[in-house]
Design a protein around this ligand. Structure first.
Ligand code: MLT
Length: 306
């Protein structure tokens, strides 16, 4: 009977599915690197979120391992090249948390437009600063999406509900799909020049790293707002701080950071910045979805080779 290790906190539904499907399952959350290396040789499947680092060293010790399943989208915590060398399949759950992440993006966009966290802090402090927190309407504004795949396309749909115009830079977006989404496909420079709000929905790759570099941020419209719910490393965080201080960028919201966990950052000092601790996928529904999906996928693969 194939044996699976759940190494990060997953909804209990995952364990139930593995058992129903006839697999043996152990849940061992919070293992140190050496502890994982010591036991991984006993397992055919490994289910993780983002905390467990599935390194080349772990994979070298995983004599029986056939599959690593990531309950979520990004596989940054898995050495995919090493897995491939060892004949281990790496799978993710690309759809389970897309709506949740898109909703977090829209929440941050609305919060930025109306400076809700800063107004909340001020009101609790007993100040009644109605004039200080003058906001902007989103209706009629242009949202520029960098990346218009699973999550970006849901953000586009929700933003259109707010009557925004949506443009997107995404080399993988076909003209037909763009037309279906009612999104205008543009080059990056055009997006930088036109967008009132820029939101990133791309993975971190060699092509996208630092895509909002200092140089590109300087090409944006004065008063632009920037949102990153995708991956740290896509945006030059120091340049965002400088351009906010210079009055060029009106505000920014970061759910992800170049270094995580982000315990300190120059971004934290700025009132115009909203920060959350990588909460994009953190809803009950999304976590249930990704746990179910990863358990189904791993079970299918180990029980039928599908
Ligand atoms: C993902 O890649 O699925 C999201 O960033 C959420 C997460 O890492 O948990």
């Amino acid at each position: 009977m194939p044996k699976v290790l759940i190494a990060d906190p997953l909804s209990p539904a995952a364990e139930a599915i593995f058992k129903e499907r006839g697999l043996e399952v152990d849940t061992r959350v919070g293992l140190g690197k050496d502890e994982l290396i010591a036991i991984i040789g006993d397992y055919d499947g490994l289910a993780v979120r983002s905390a467990t680092k599935v390194t080349a060293e772990v994979l070298a010790a995983a004599r029986r391992l056939k599959v690593v399943g990531r309950a979520g989208i990004g596989v940054d915590n898995i050495d995919v090249e090493a897995a491939t060398r060892h004949g281990v399949v790496v799978m993710n759950t690309p759809f389970g948390n897309s709506v949740t992440t898109a909703e977090h993006t829209i929440s941050l966009m609305l919060a930025l437009a109306r400076q809700i966290p800063a107004a909340d802090r001020s009101t609790r402090a007993g100040r009644w600063e109605k004039n200080r927190f003058m906001g902007v309407e989103l209706m009629g504004k242009t949202l520029g999406l960098i990346g218009c795949g699973n999550i970006g396309s849901i953000v586009a749909d929700r933003a259109q509900g707010l009557k925004m115009r949506v443009i997107a830079f995404d080399p993988f977006l076909s003209p037909e799909r763009a037309a279906d989404l009612n999104v205008e496909k543009v080059e990056l420079d055009a997006l930088l020049a036109r967008a009132d709000v820029i939101s990133l929905h791309a993975p971190l790759t060699e092509q996208t790293r630092n895509i909002l570099s200092r140089e590109n941020l300087q090409k944006t419209r004065p008063g632009v707002r920037i949102i990153n719910c995708a991956r740290g490393g896509l945006v030059d965080e120091a340049a965002v701080c400088d351009l906010i201080r210079a009055g060029h960028i009106a505000g920014a919201a970061f759910d992800v950071f170049t270094v995580e966990p982000a315990r300190e950052s120059p971004l934290f000092a700025l009132e115009e910045v909203i920060v959350t601790p990588h909460l994009g996928a953190a809803t009950m529904e999304a976590q249930e979805n990704v746990a179910l999906q990863v358990a189904e996928q791993i079970s299918d693969y180990l029980m039928t080779g599908a």
